[in-house]
Design a binder for this molecule. Structure first.
Ligand SMILES: [Zn+2]
Length: 268
């Protein structure tokens, strides 16, 4: 079984044994670099409780990661965010304001500022943000920065705007695969790297053989679990979601139904 907490620990340990240093996204934005480094990023989209388990493993290994939280109730769980801060990790805002405001830039910026202030006042002096993909919306949340500036909000960076992915390798598990980007809509980057991996063991083998790029951002979702029941549920749900999403691509009725389900699920 892949994408278990046990496998996650093996991945982190393989990186440490290969002399990768873990730097946070905030540290990266402030200019920190190492010969071999990993920026470890987690977008907490849902099931926030599970994120704490990953945060604890990292803490035991002396690793700091960046956890991005959404404002929706599945992600925005105060007691969880507090625990993750206490474990020494960095917090970012996983924003989706432009999609929520249906493309109204002024309204989006108003809620963005309000939400950012909430995370800053309640938990952590947030210095970085990262867009949520909002795949069913026609609005790309990043476009907010075509009219406004990160610096004006006292922000240092947004991964999709602040990192040159031709220099820094980007790898993410959007579902239970590392090459699931084939089904992603927005959380994809243009890059000159051709390395792709399917399962975690392939990634670990590449690290051990010194074939893994020396500088990388790893985006790991927070659904890795040792609980067999939860693992199977997530796996099957993901398969169903991708099937519906692909069907919706060529069918306007299915597309409407799919976005309604998404809207209903993420209401806040
Ligand atoms: Zn997201």
């Amino acid at each position: 079984m892949d994408f278990t907490l046990k496998k996650y620990k093996s991945l982190l340990m393989a990186l440490q044994q290969a002399h990768y240093k873990f730097i946070t996204f905030e540290e990266f934005c402030k200019g920190r670099r190492e010969d071999k480094f990993i920026i470890l990023r987690h977008d907490v989209d849902e099931m926030a409780m599970n994120a704490v388990k990953m945060a604890k493993i990292e803490n035991l290994l002396g690793i700091k990661a960046t956890y991005n939280f959404r404002i929706v109730k599945q992600s925005n769980k105060p007691e969880i965010i507090q625990q993750i801060v206490a474990l020494g990790h960095e917090i970012g805002y996983h924003y989706e304001d432009l999609a929520f405001a249906n493309g109204d830039y002024e309204k989006a910026m108003e809620t963005f500022r309000k939400n950012l202030a909430y995370f800053r006042q309640s938990f952590y002096p947030v210095k970085t943000v990262c867009m949520h993909g909002s795949s069913t919306s026609k609005y790309d949340n990043r476009d907010l920065w075509k009219r406004y500036s990160l610096a004006d909000e006292q922000l240092l960076g947004e991964p999709y705007l602040s990192i040159d992915f031709d220099k820094i390798y980007y790898i993410s598990n959007t579902d239970y695969y590392w090459d699931g980007f084939k089904t992603a809509v927005r959380d994809i980057v243009l890059s000159s790297f051709s390395n792709t991996y399917h399962c975690t063991n392939e990634v670990i083998t590449a690290i051990k053989k010194d074939e893994f790029p020396p500088q990388a951002m790893i985006l790991a979702h927070t659904l890795w679990t040792n609980n067999w029941f939860l693992w199977s549920f997530i796996f099957l749900r993901e398969k169903a979601r991708i099937w519906v999403k692909n069907t919706a691509k060529n069918n306007t009725f299915a597309k409407k139904i799919y976005s309604l389900i998404v809207k209903f699920y993420w209401r806040y």
